[in-house]
Design a protein around this ligand. Structure first.
Ligand code: GDP
Length: 444
């Protein structure tokens, strides 16, 4: 899925990440390449144009926080724009309506409509514990009703008994009636397709819709057909009205043009994707996860996000200057602790890095958590400004006052002071080696 697009985009963006500074020309050049990659992936032209315009204007005006390279910032902007283009939030099938809830499946012949009907029914049955009835309304293709029956048997989902000679609307009415009598939660209507859209198909769909009042009308479209799938969705929506789209054969789609343009062009959500021939090869369409998959840089994106939220570039610069002079007082320590707390503590930061989960247990055991940061900040806040700048003046009576002011015992105040002393020593040492300090501040 998305392999060729993913390869292209990461190639383009990789070139930016290592750079210290990016000019407007650099961003423009990268956007020209991104534009080419999206066009080659068969994304609709207006969608491509709006995408690159938005990324460009946000990248040029962006506040680049100190700890992040401009290239990483561009990756984050591209990522956010991809998520927006894909529809922002996942939009799952909605079956919150009085039972039996009718789901009408529409689309062209060969798009994977019958297979998808069975996939959804199976998932509603097995995962969501719903009682589902499937009915094939396809009276044109001789084996269609039989095909659904076999899929039903394979997946332990009931199908409406076949009655020869009935038309689609009759079958649909019978299905709703049977679902009502049989206590079914959901009834899935697998309508007939055609090779191309034609008037008779649209009329048939409108009739079935009027007879059954479906809660969801899902268009099944073959992702490999790219922009044709998008045009198909537009036509079906104009004529019949659809509530969402299922894109099939995503397992074979390296380009992803249909998936990327569908939401922006039609305004309708892609709800599900088919990722294989088997009955369990069905996935929810999560815009964020898909964007992560396309860029292959999920970890960078979430690190940038957290850092951008929390780190104040000016403060970091001031801190660096102070450290180079070798003054690291308790005020600075409190600032550092607050930043760590904002980043979700050590455990929050570490959980974003792959393969680190095994260390998490040890950290939990060592009690390094957010509560500790909070207590330490409270201790520093109980000190006077002079005490914070010159911790050497803290003798027994002052320590006692601070401890009771912050609700801890004196031993904890001592522990904090010792930690500060050790940190200040390390900082002083590193202050003499500016390159090393710079690197550390950059990594924060
Ligand atoms: P219909 O005419 O629209 O009902 O299409 P079918 O459900 O009969 O599917 C046509 C073919 O596409 C079958 O061979 C399916 O196994 C295959 N197919 C359906 N969905 C997918 C999918 O997501 N991935 C792959 N690889 N094949 C699929």
């Amino acid at each position: 899925m998305f392999e060729s697009l993913s390869e292209r985009l990461s190639g383009i963006l990789d070139k930016l990440t290592g750079r210290g500074a990016l000019s407007e020309a650099d961003v423009n050049e990268a956007m020209r390449e991104v534009r080419r990659a999206l066009i080659e992936a068969d994304v609709a032209l207006p969608v491509v144009r709006s995408f690159t315009d938005k990324v460009r204007s946000r990248a040029v005006g962006a506040d680049v926080v100190k700890s992040i390279t401009p290239g990483q910032m561009v990756i984050k902007i591209v990522h956010d724009q991809l998520v927006e283009m894909l529809g922002s939030d996942a939009d799952p099938i909605d079956i919150n309506a009085p039972a039996p809830v009718a789901i009408m499946m529409v689309g062209l012949q060969g798009s994977g409509k019958t297979t998808t009907t069975a996939k959804i029914a199976r998932r509603l049955t097995m995962r969501d514990k719903r009682k589902v009835l499937m009915a094939s309304l396809d009276t044109r293709r001789p084996a269609a009703q039989e095909q659904l029956k076999v899929l039903g048997e394979q997946n332990s989902v009931d199908t409406l008994p076949i009655v020869a000679g009935q038309g689609p609307v009759e079958i649909a009415r019978r299905a709703i009636q049977a679902a009502r009598l049989g206590g079914y939660d959901v009834v899935m209507l697998d309508t007939a397709g055609r090779i191309h859209i034609d008037e008779s198909l649209m009329l048939e769909m409108a009739e079935v819709k009027a007879a059954t009042n479906p809660h969801e009308i899902l268009l099944v479209a073959d992702s490999l057909t790219g922009q044709d799938a998008v045009n198909l969705a537009t036509s079906f929506d104009e004529r019949v009205g659809i509530t969402g789209i299922v894109l099939t054969r995503m397992d074979g789609d390296g380009r992803g043009g249909a998936a990327l343009s569908m939401r922006a062009v039609t305004g309708k959500p892609v709800k599900l994707i088919g990722t294989g021939e088997k009955s369990d090869a069905l996935e929810d369409f999560h815009p964020r996860r898909i964007a992560d998959r396309i860029l292959g840089m999920g970890d960078i994106v979430s690190l940038v996000e957290k850092a951008a939220e929390a780190i104040d570039a000016e403060k970091a610069a001031k801190m660096a200057a102070k450290l180079q002079k070798g003054n690291f007082d308790l005020e600075d320590l409190a600032d550092q602790l607050k930043q760590m707390e904002k980043l979700g503590g050590m455990s929050g930061m570490m959980s974003m890095l792959p393969g680190i989960s095994k260390f998490k247990k040890q950290m939990d055991a060592a009690n390094i958590d957010e509560r500790m940061f909070k207590r330490q900040i409270a201790i520093i806040q109980s000190m006077t400004p002079v005490e914070r700048r010159k911790p050497d003046i803290l003798k027994a009576s002052r320590k006692k006052r601070i401890a009771s002011g912050s609700g801890v015992d004196v031993a904890e105040v001592n522990k904090l002071l010792k930690m500060h002393r050790q940190m200040a020593d390390v900082m002083k040492m590193m202050g003499k080696n500016k390159g090393m300090l710079g690197k550390m501040m950059g990594a924060l």
